[in-house]
Design a protein around this ligand. Structure first.
Ligand code: DGL
Length: 271
């Protein structure tokens, strides 16, 4: 095996949300090692300006490069929307974001060519999904809605309480009126609300999890670049955060569906 293929995959997110991408890697690429950075000290990214997100993303990439990763996944939808193109130009390492894979998943599924997207204010105002979908099929009508409260609901574990259902229903009402047949969960946190969102949209609307499509595309790209770790031993996982590890480990286990350990704090401003 080429030495570089033995290196870990680096992932960064604004906080715990990117663990939904880690969960997909564990499922689809169980032998790969992972170094995860969650920027919990500067969370959330959702309402921040493109300049700030770009600066944070550059620091996150420099940190992961110090850990000798072979590939970088920008798991955060907001950072993928606002910073991926710029960091791709700045660093010489293969990278994937979550927007193009999610757009691809949605376009492959839609029959009536009406797709909905929900995400943070940053993701929606960048029109990243709308542009990525148009590149694949310009006849698709995209309705994108910012649903920032859903991030807090997922993080607080309010996944199926009556109050959450009211908020989700209200947010999704314009999408139901549009008659979409495909809805992109365009934020790291939304797979946790899948059941509630699905029950409100109904069974005729397919929910697209960007994390799932990202890892499918990652696998293809690793294969193409000869970077798949050819080993039968289970992957090793290391987690780093920019604020105290305790909350990350506790809330993170819900996002990952497994214990999140070991978690270490780093001073990301140094990078
Ligand atoms: N990780 C962010 C995203 O996927 C959601 C949380 C945040 O606002 O930082 O857009």
């Amino acid at each position: 095996m080429r030495d570089i293929a033995k290196r870990p995959i680096g992932i960064f997110d604004s906080g715990i949300g990117g663990l939904t991408v880690v969960a997909e890697i564990i499922k689809r690429l169980p032998n790969e090692d992972i170094v995860y950075f969650g920027d919990t000290g500067r969370y959330p990214y959702g309402g921040r300006s493109p300049e700030v997100i770009k600066r944070f993303s550059r620091q996150n990439v420099r940190f992961l490069l110090m850990k000798k990763v072979k590939y970088i996944i920008v798991a955060c939808n907001t950072a993928s929307s606002l910073a991926l193109n710029s960091i791709k130009r700045n660093f010489d390492i293969p990278m994937i974001g979550v927007i193009k894979p999610g757009a691809y998943g949605a376009v492959s599924n839609t029959k009536n060519k009406k797709i909905g997207v929900i995400g943070t204010v940053g993701t929606v105002s960048s029109s990243s999904y709308t542009k990525a979908i148009a590149e694949l099929d310009k006849n698709v009508e995209v309705t994108a809605i910012a649903t920032p409260l859903l991030v807090a609901l997922a993080e607080e574990g309010y996944v199926d309480k009556p109050a959450s259902m009211l908020i989700i229903k209200d947010y999704l009402s314009p999408l139901r009126k549009r008659g979409i047949d495909t809805l992109v969960l365009g934020c790291t946190h939304f797979p946790l609300l899948r059941k509630a969102i699905g029950s409100i949209m109904g069974k005729d609307v397919m929910l697209i999890d960007s994390a799932e499509w990202t890892v499918k595309m990652l696998k293809e790209d690793l294969l193409k670049r000869n970077l798949l770790k050819n080993s039968s031993s289970p992957g090793k996982y290391r987690y780093f955060v920019s604020d105290t590890p305790d909350k990350f480990a506790k809330v993170g286990s819900r996002f990952l569906g497994a214990t999140v350990s070991p978690v270490k704090k780093v001073n990301i401003e140094k990078y």
